[in-house]
Design a protein around this ligand. Structure first.
Ligand SMILES: [Zn+2]
Length: 226
């Protein structure tokens, strides 16, 4: 997949997961589903607001940060390719000691990141307890790092999920295990083909639906559509 498709896949499914979580937890609850999104850990992005507030200026910033970090995660595993978008941006690649679609395309590190989020939030979720007059913030760093790693891990897993749309599949459990693909063979494509454009279109639609749904849930469009 091209880097744009990876960014869109990660941003769209992350936004979709957040929206699903919101709809389920606020819409009276759907048994089973609620447990599922809680288990995965989709939650109201919590970088700066600390209290899980969705609305307001900081709620919007938090939401944007989550999608931004997940999008970076959507590029991260290709750091093992010396000509990938992210390697070019960072002027760094692990290609000299790792083969492409090797260790950075397994799920372990990213599950660890998500696990760290659970660990970190057991120390509280208040990241910023406010600014004092000198402009310094009191920051609870551990949950903040946990929050960052959570969305990075989600985005990275979605990169692997995206690569699993391609012909070669991905060895998500490691080199000695089999390669998995997400889709039936008639939907599988090789990078840059016409089918990839179709997926780009579908993920863009999911992204717009999810972001608009999120803001609609905040009451942004109240009056526009009623
Ligand atoms: Zn990749």
């Amino acid at each position: 997949m091209k880097f744009r498709t990876h960014i869109m896949t990660a941003a769209a499914v992350t936004a979709g997961g957040i929206l699903l979580h919101e709809e389920i937890t606020q819409g009276g609850g759907i048994e089973g589903w609620e447990a599922w999104t809680n288990w995965v850990g989709f939650h109201t992005p919590n970088f700066l607001t600390g209290n899980g507030e969705e609305g307001g200026f900081w709620g919007v910033i938090d939401y944007a940060l989550a999608l931004l970090v997940a999008s970076i995660g959507g590029l991260f595993p290709d750091i093992d390719h010396k000509n990938s978008y992210i390697s070019n941006k960072l002027h760094f690649s692990t290609a000299w000691f790792m083969k492409h679609r090797g260790p950075t395309h397994t799920i372990y590190m990213y599950l660890g990141m998500i696990g760290f989020y659970w660990y970190a939030t057991s120390f509280g979720t208040v990241h910023f307890s406010g600014f004092d007059f000198s402009g310094r913030a009191e920051v609870n760093y551990l949950p903040l790092i946990g929050e960052f790693l959570f969305w990075l891990g989600i985005g990275s897993l979605l990169h692997i999920f995206g690569d699993m749309h391609t012909t070669s599949g991905v060895r998500i459990f490691g080199a000695r295990m089999r390669a998995y693909r997400t889709l039936p063979s008639f939907l599988i494509f090789s990078t840059g083909g016409g089918k990839e454009s179709i997926f780009m279109f579908l993920y863009t639609a999911l992204f717009l639906y999810s972001v608009l749904g999120h803001f609609e849930g905040l009451g942004l469009f109240t009056g526009l559509f009623s």
